[in-house]
Design a binder for this molecule. Sequence first.
Ligand SMILES: Cc1cc2nc3c(=O)[nH]c(=O)nc-3n(C[C@H](O)[C@H](O)[C@H](O)COP(=O)(O)OP(=O)(O)OC[C@H]3O[C@@H](n4cnc5c(N)ncnc54)[C@H](O)[C@@H]3O)c2cc1C
Ligand code: HEM
Length: 513
Amino acid sequence: MSGFTPYAEALPVNNKSGKKFSRAEVAKHNKPGDLWCIIDTAVYDLSKFADLHPGGANVLHDKTVAGCDSTEVFFGLHRSSVLDKYQRLIIGQIENEKPLIIVPQVATLSPVPYAEPAWLSKGYHSPYYNDSHRKLQKEMRYFFDTHVTREAQMHELNNKRPTVELIKLMGTPRWHLNAMRLGPGKHLKGLTLPGGLKGEEFDYFHELIITQEISRIGSRGYSDGLLGGMVIGLPPVMNFANPELKKKVVPAVLSGEKHISLAISEAFAGSDVAGLRCTATKSADGKYWTINGTKKWITNGHWSDYFTVGCKTDKGLTVFLVERDDNVDTKLISTSYSTSAGTAYITFDNVKVPSENMLGPENKGLLVILANFNHERWVMCCGAARGARFVTEECFKWAHQRKVFGKPLIEQPVIRAKFADMFSRCESGQAWLEHITYQMKNMTYLEQNNHLAGQIGILKAQLTRNLHHIADNAVQIFGGRGITKGGMGVHIEGFQRTYKFELPPGRESEYHG
Ligand SMILES: Cc1cc2nc3c(=O)[nH]c(=O)nc-3n(C[C@H](O)[C@H](O)[C@H](O)COP(=O)(O)OP(=O)(O)OC[C@H]3O[C@@H](n4cnc5c(N)ncnc54)[C@H](O)[C@@H]3O)c2cc1C
Ligand code: HEM
């Protein structure tokens, strides 16, 4: 154990038996069929497990492992979640010794340097956050650590959508998470939010916290599956629908009973929104519209009940709230991330929509669509800044765990230089994001549109460039594991495959400035 820097993301030892052993006693169990080893003072009986070990039995029979302390070699090869899964192999603990690995408890802050934004780091100050932000952050960390992370990791791999039970839990009065994700506004009036926060006091920093806690789960497709479509699809309903339509749709979506997505992009028109080809034609009596056309890449579209759809009308664009019926067909699009995001290709085939479902004025849909973009891009900036930090933390832990040429990777100057680069990108990105968030907090909606569209656009471009550099460094630091699914590099492999997902949604980054 000497010289082992304990930054592994480890879990508490579950020594149910309460038995204590000396190291000499463990050393006697060192052969096939009678095989023990020590990992961070816990004693594991691997006698039966050896033949099932995914890394093979012979590595466990090696004389440096069998009957020995294998802590260092173990954490050089496995994520600590492996131990969580195999706690049943623990038969006791080494007497008079305490575990040395730093143990992050559920819902606590990471002790790894730069793993948390400065405002959450010990000894640092920030003008932007008060007690209510700190309380909400704690509640959100608890929520995502206990209710979401495990499901997210499973569903990212098996492509299943987030469970309906979880979405509904998010909508309960205990959490009001779905409502909070839409940002400050009238929809929060009168609510008591987690941490005792009053709905009226909810600001953009509270929202930033929620988005950043979601990004810590590290499963990119699943995170979008977790109502990414609602975050961009419901605001046009809240801002532009008539009162009856709002009353029908908004509570049903916020409670998790119904799902909604934003359907603007098409194979024919992505960045160039004005070039949409999906048409809406008014009936002779003006009572309904008929929609025909297709939409592409619609997040959560595959399971949506409602679609906020941009359509071409005779003198411009018009936006409608379309309810799923037999004339709406959705099929999953396979992208580089998990289909747990529900990314869909949609066909509208003579779909009849009542005129009351029009969102905003006829032929003025471009304004409705554009009104959405600043907030959508800012949400993506919050996620991108936190995603960068999450991966940097994974790399920092690994660089302490992994030994090459007889010493931990972190001791190599070229690796340390990479960390300097990654830390500076995390810190500067977050600082700029907080500066813009502070402007949003103090500006009216109109002022935000006048002053911040450019700022948010170039921030998004900058943060996505940061992700590119961080992904490059991360793969270099993790070596083969950075491009291997599962195991130690699971989050790095996922990140280098999916970081570009911050680019196209919210329209592209490079022409934002
Ligand atoms: C995973 C995912 C989820 C999405 N979710 C949704 C959703 O929920 N709802 C929705 O409506 N849409 C969604 N989109 C669509 C997304 O908004 C579009 O992909 C995006 O607007 C870009 O359009 P495009 O892919 O057609 O690229 P194009 O418009 O064909 O652009 C191609 C390239 O040219 C560049 N380019 C375009 N115009 C210019 C210019 N003027 N100057 C310089 N460069 C330019 C772009 O940056 C891009 O790199 C999603 C996309 C993805 C990949
Ligand atoms: C409690 C004890 C152990 C358990 C439960 C366990 C379990 C696992 C599991 C689940 C995997 C596959 C998943 C992954 O790659 O993370 C694995 C891989 C592996 N294990 Fe273990 N293991 C244990 C101890 C050890 C020890 C002491 C060694 C020491 C040499 C070892 C060497 C390996 C190797 C070489 C691999 C393949 C890693 C790779 O492909 O990168 N294991 N182990």
